[in-house]
Structures are given as structure tokens and as C-alpha cells.
Design a protein around this ligand. Structure first.
Ligand SMILES: Nc1ncnc2c1ncn2[C@@H]1O[C@H](COP(=O)(O)OP(=O)(O)OP(=O)(O)O)[C@@H](O)[C@H]1O
Length: 357
């Protein structure tokens, strides 16, 4: 007669497709009862693994039905305390955040509102960090506007994938000394995409764990704007070193940025600081004049309210936009411009804050 020990041994070869770790090791197999011809298994999956539920259940059935005396396998779901809760997923007592092998720091670039320059900041910060000799990765998790491939001039490329099943790995695209992967490589830019929570979870986890990142001092993550499933998925999956909140100076942008910042704060994830973009407009023709097109003081106010530093004020300059369109980030194209200098100073602050040598 099949024993519980034999069943556990058989099930120990089922792995989480994200980390490659066994379900037993992860504590996702909560209870196993063997009473031939019946067997029952209780799963205790964290929210982010819900997209794998059906696949895991199928694998459990396949393994247990191989025993001659078992022909009915029941799968139950444990009531996970994490269900639906925006809790202390990142740094508190809740299980399980899993680091990415070889990745020392994860910095998420976020904003409350779209179009404030989050991707521009993520790309230029990544470039400026790489220019300082750091090993940098960039994960573009912006499902609604994955435009970092365009900004880095690699929109036509497709990353290679090797291996099979849970062992599959994505090879990041190399550009400007950065290893990057993007939602933009997977979806058609011109087609609207409706992402449901579990799908989004699965894809973000694949990008995190099934990318061959190698050794990285920093992985910069360009988040979608807002406070949705993508933010939650990231926060529940990996230990985030800190978050950078991008805003423009005006009040309407600030209100959204406040919400974005509050979400990460609520999850106990450190806020590294605020970045104010488009602080003033610099005319392309001399004499150099500065125009505060969007008012002033917004970034400073947000930083003060939350007792975090205002890490950078990035001017609005035509070459930033041109560089973005042409796939040639400003820190590389015009390293002496005011914006490039601001991005480089930002990189220095980040290196100091997260203590990378
Ligand atoms: N400092 C700047 N000076 C000039 N243009 C800028 C600046 N920052 C961003 N832009 C331009 O503004 C546009 C929006 O920027 P970006 O795509 O970085 O914003 P986003 O917040 O990531 O947007 P989304 O929410 O769509 O992802 C881009 O065309 C970009 O080149």
C-alpha cells in the first residue's frame, strides 16, 4: 500500500516554474493524505503563484496516479492569509519573497501618473549606473507602455530563449552596457492588452526568475504607472531594495504620485526618494533661459511630506525627447547637458544610498 512518505518523495520533484525550487522546499504542499484508492493534497500557494495552480494540480495528479493503488486525487486549496491582502508582502513577516540569484539590488521606478517620464528616468539612470562601471539590468514591466526598447534602440530585437519547461531562460538584450528585458518584446505595441492579475503575476515572475540575469549590482525595474497588480506582484515576489517615485512639479501629478508612494510605504518597502522631472524647460537656443512650465515645488513638497530626499530635478530639454525617440539616451548622447548631469548625480546618490561599492 502506498505510504504518505512514498507520495511525498514522488511529489518532491515538482518545481515552481519561477524559481526552480521544489514545492516541498517552498512549503507550498500543505498536507498530504493517502488512503488508497484515494489521495488528497492541500496546496498553500502564495498569491503570486496562483497562475500556476492548474499546472501544479495536474502534475500532482500525474505523479500520484502512477501508484497502482491510487486512482482518485483530490486537490484542495488552503486558505492562504495572503489572499487579497495588500500586506507586508515585501519586507515583513509574510512569506515568501525570493531573491533573484546573482542580483544584489532591485530598484523600482514608479509614478502615480502616466507620462511623467518614468521610463526616461529608468533608462537614463540604468545607463548612468552602467557608465559608473556597475553591472546593471533593466526590467521593463510597464505593460501599458513598454517603451524602453525604443528608448534604447532595440525595439526590433527579440530575446532568445533556451532550455525546456521550468528550466527555460530568457537571454536579456544587451544595450548601452545594460542587460534588458521588456514586455515590449512580447506584445504588439499597437494592440490594446487586457492583463488579468494572475497572468500579469506569471509574466512578471517569469521575467524576474527565468531571465538569465547573471551577476547584477542593480536591477532597475520600470513599473507601469499607478497602484495596480504589477506593483503588488513585484512587491510580493522579490525583495525590493527601494523605490524611486517620479513626479512632475504640478499639483495634479503630485496627487497621483502620493498614492503611488503610499502603496509601497504601506508594504514596508523603503522609498529611496522622489525625482522631479520636467522641473523647468531649457530653451535649445542661447541664451539659456529656464521656464517653469509646470509650476514649481511639487517634488520638494512630496519629498518633505514623506521625509525622504528629493534626489533629482531633471530639466525638460528637447534632446531628452529626441534621445528617447531615437534610442540614444541623453546621458550617452549629450553627456554634458543639464539633464544628463542631473541623471549622473542621481546615479551617484543611488550608489551611496544602497551602498554599492
Ligand atoms: N526631461 C524631459 N525632457 C524632455 N522630454 C521628456 C523628459 N522626460 C520625458 N520626456 C518625454 O516625455 C514622454 C513621456 O516620457 P516617458 O515615456 O519616460 O514617461 P512615462 O512616465 O514612462 O510614461 P508611461 O506612463 O506612458 O510609461 C517621452 O516622449 C519622453 O521622451
Amino acid at each position: 500500500m502506498t505510504t504518505a512518505e512514498e507520495a511525498i518523495k514522488a511529489l518532491s520533484s515538482i518545481k515552481d516554474s519561477g524559481t526552480g525550487k521544489s514545492l516541498l522546499e517552498l512549503g507550498w504542499l500543505d498536507q498530504i493524505r493517502i488512503n488508497p484508492p484515494r489521495a488528497s493534497v492541500r496546496l498553500n500557494l502564495p498569491n503570486f503563484a496562483n497562475s500556476q495552480r492548474q499546472g501544479i494540480a495536474q502534475e500532482i495528479r500525474t505523479y500520484l496516479e502512477k501508484f497502482d493503488d491510487i486512482d482518485a486525487v483530490q486537490i484542495e486549496l488552503a486558505n492562504s492569509p495572503q489572499q487579497g491582502e495588500i500586506g507586508k508582502a515585501g519586507h515583513g513577516e509574510m512569506q515568501p519573497v525570493q531573491a533573484i540569484n546573482g542580483v544584489k539590488n532591485i530598484v523600482a521606478v514608479t509614478s502615480g501618473k502616466g507620462g511623467v517620464g518614468k521610463s526616461t528616468v529608468a533608462v537614463n539612470l540604468a545607463c548612468a549606473l552602467a557608465q559608473k562601471g556597475l553591472k546593471v539590468g533593466l526590467l521593463d514591466a510597464d505593460i501599458y507602455g513598454p517603451n524602453t526598447p525604443t528608448m534604447l534602440g532595440v525595439a526590433q530585437k527579440t530575446p532568445e530563449v533556451f532550455g525546456q519547461g521550468a528550466e527555460q531562460k530568457i537571454i536579456p538584450i544587451e544595450s548601452a552596457g545594460i542587460a534588458m528585458v521588456s514586455m515590449g518584446f512580447l506584445i504588439d505595441e499597437d494592440q490594446p492588452v487586457i492583463w488579468r492579475g494572475p497572468m500579469l503575476n506569471g509574466i512578471i515572475r517569469q521575467f524576474l526568475y527565468q531571465t538569465s540575469w547573471g551577476e547584477r549590482d542593480v536591477l532597475v525595474v520600470d513599473m507601469p504607472p499607478g497602484t495596480g497588480d504589477a506593483q503588488l506582484s513585484l512587491a510580493q515576489a522579490v525583495p525590493i531594495t527601494g523605490v524611486l517615485v517620479v513626479t512632475t512639479p504640478q499639483k495634479v501629478s503630485l496627487q497621483d504620485a502620493r498614492r503611488g508612494l503610499a502603496m509601497f510605504k504601506q508594504m514596508d518597502i523603503p522609498i529611496l526618494g522622489v525625482i522631479e522631472n520636467m522641473t523647468f524647460f531649457v530653451t535649445p537656443d542661447p541664451p539659456e533661459r529656464k521656464y517653469s512650465l509646470f509650476g514649481s515645488g511639487g517634488g520638494e513638497q512630496l519629498a518633505k511630506e514623506n521625509s525622504v530626499p528629493l534626489l533629482a530635478q531633471i530639466p525638460m530639454e528637447m534632446p531628452v525627447l529626441e534621445g528617447g525617440n531615437e534610442g540614444w539616451p541623453i546621458v550617452k548622447r549629450y553627456p554634458d547637458s543639464l539633464s544628463a548631469k542631473a541623471f549622473k548625480e542621481l546615479a551617484i546618490s543611488i550608489v551611496k544610498t544602497i551602498k554599492i561599492n
